[in-house]
Design a protein around this ligand. Structure first.
Ligand code: CO
Length: 298
């Protein structure tokens, strides 16, 4: 909640303080755009199925807005440039181009799952640098931001889960981070437990880890597990750390621990209910903008 308020405050700051500061002459005229920002992936197939699918759904939901793309991963951008000869913008480059192209209203919608480092360092900071350039410049929330978002996320997770017997469960692999927003994963686990959804959340690079998940699986007498990535794209972590045949993959460890394991290798970006959360978040960003325009004082 705090993070959300901070972001809201930051975004309002960029959209109201039009007259002073900044190196920009403000664009006016009402040309509207949505910049969809994701981490990116260098694998064309999954990029199409996940990131592009989300962009298309957003595009269809907001016909008055032109949808553009940016990636936050510089490594992914470099690999795509080398392998495919395609240039994908970083958020700051995309905003620069949108400024040049005369946009006056821009909603920046991340496909990121938590408001972590990627979100704050590569999206919020860069958006703030465009202070005074656009009449409206707002940031939509990542998937796990407000309490309502958690409820929507749990529903979306439930929708992609198979029907399960009493000794079966799904284990979701999230990314995880050293950033304080890592707490989102444990918060999500709490939520799943409250709703009675037989799903467990672990992370590759944060807390909880597979070890904690194993403890819960054993405590709850689960013997059959389906592994699913809790990431927008089923990329390297999903294919190798989760579902790989190496002895240290989650699949191998779970099998070693005596579980019956199956794998679902599809990123959350393919999930229609997750796609809809992005649409809801763009809508919310637009509504805050309207509320703002129709008067509050500061
Ligand atoms: Co990683």
């Amino acid at each position: 909640m705090c993070l959300f308020l901070l972001v809201t405050a930051a975004a309002l700051f960029t959209s109201c303080q039009s007259t002073k500061g900044g190196n920009y002459t403000m664009n006016t005229g009402g040309k509207k755009g949505i910049l969809v920002v994701s981490f990116g992936t260098s694998f064309p197939e999954t990029r199409k199925a996940t990131i592009e699918a989300c962009e298309k759904v957003i595009d269809a939901a907001f016909p008055d807005h032109e949808v553009r793309r940016a990636f936050t991963s510089h490594i992914v951008i470099d690999v795509i440039k080398k392998k495919e000869g395609v240039t994908i913008y970083k958020p700051e480059e995309a905003l620069q181009q949108m400024y040049k192209d005369g946009f006056s209203e821009v909603i920046v919608q991340p496909l990121h799952i938590i408001p972590g480092e990627e979100f704050h360092e590569k999206i919020v900071k860069n958006v703030q640098a465009f202070h005074g350039a656009f009449e409206v410049l707002r940031i939509g929330d990542p998937i796990l931001s407000t309490n309502e978002d958690y409820a929507m996320a749990v529903e979306a997770m439930h929708e992609q889960m198979p029907d399960l017997g009493p000794d079966e469960a799904v284990v979701f692999m999230g990314h995880g981070t050293h950033h304080p927003a890592n707490a989102a994963y444990a918060a999500l686990q709490y939520r799943l437990a409250m709703e009675g959804v037989p799903a467990y959340v672990g992370t590759v690079e944060g807390y909880p880890e597979l070890e904690e998940v194993l403890t819960l699986l054993k405590r709850d007498n689960i013997s059959k597990v389906t592994l699913m990535p809790f990431m927008v794209v089923a990329g390297d972590h999903a294919s190798n750390d989760m579902a790989g045949d190496e002895p240290d993959s989650w699949k191998s460890i779970l099998i070693e621990e005596g579980f019956d394991v199956s794998v679902y290798l599809h990123g959350l970006g393919e999930n229609k209910a997750i796609q809809d959360i992005y649409v809801q978040h763009v809508k919310k960003a637009l509504e805050v903008q309207e509320k703002h325009e129709h008067g509050h004082d500061h």
